[in-house]
Write a protein that binds this ligand. Sequence first.
Ligand SMILES: Cc1ncc(COP(=O)(O)O)c(C=O)c1O
Length: 396
Amino acid sequence: MDFLFSDNAAGVKPSAIREILKHSSEPGMIPFSAGNPAGEAFPVADIARITNEILKKEPVAALQYSVTEGFMPLREKLADYMGKKHGVVKDFDKIIITAGAQQVMNLTAKALCNRGDTIVCENPSFVGSLNAFRSMGAVLKGVDMLPDGPDLDQLEEIFKTDKKVRFFYTIPNFQNPTGLTMSLEKRKAVYALAVKYNIPILEDNPYGDTRFKGEELPCIKSFDECGLVVYAGTFSKVLSPGMRVGFMIGHSTLVDKVVALKQTQDVHTNILSQKIAYDFMTKCDYEAHLKMLKDIYRRKAALCMSEFDKYFEGKIERTSPEGGLFAWCTLPESVDMLSFVNEALKLKVAVVPGTAFLPDESAKCSCFRINYSTPSDEQIIEGMKKLAQAGEKFKW
Ligand SMILES: Cc1ncc(COP(=O)(O)O)c(C=O)c1O
């Protein structure tokens, strides 16, 4: 059957890169390519106990339809937590619970963008968000990532010259894919530019609570005095991605529109998952859980980076993440990135070609992303050895 696809669907295509990625799930493959939280970080026993309690105490409410805005006690708890810990909820803001942070990107773009409008993104950036924006027919303009965050000159130039910019999408903490963190000065400067040009910021912070090294930095949303910043949060990286519970904090006018749009998409976020998230935050030791999680990622990141350096120091540049799940590796000019990734695949090691994360997927890229949370310690050690073997085919 030949379907006539909509213009919006036509914008989202499987690329050659994603075809390569299909191999990542083959049996025996060492998965540096995934973006999954470490399985051992899931609080399985607590979730089982909480779920049983909920189903015993309030089975109908837990299984019934619910409200689109989200489970009120969870919204209140998040407002309190985010206010105290991240200073983000202002008087003009509202919170809506979403099906993961991914839905925040989707609904924000849906609320603010017409086909042909521009969304400014970091270059590279998270492919799930880029595809959500593409599916709205948005034109993506990339701002290069520097070690302390996006290039401000490029950002201002786009803000100044492109009258169709609808918002700037940024991941300030342990960015996916680079692992880079935006400096405090840059956070302030990005907010100042947004105010100067009256352009909203979509601040995506799924890894904010995973910092395992260095000093906490304030969210851009915490500077927001005029409702220009939309904040996307999620339980995916700190509790469970399968539960699909995220949230959006933004100016009430925008959140009200997003509520109306969400109603047409999935009516509301899974209510049982919302109740579990709420009970986990209020009845378990949430801070102790976060500490356990950070301990796991600190250890895994250190192991992965030291194994990487054993073989590639002086050959492949890499970032040094202080949280999150990823590092970004840059090959020398003499090595073709896609050939290197393919050689690695032949040896059953999967990394993600950097091209997958570019707002312009046809641009040249000599980088790849590695993830240290999914592979086991043994896989990290074996995988780096094999990656080095793959590298032997190339002139460095
Ligand atoms: C930067 C970034 N934003 C959003 C998401 C989506 O998260 P969620 O599972 O909450 O939809 C991810 C997931 O990997 C991510 O890396």
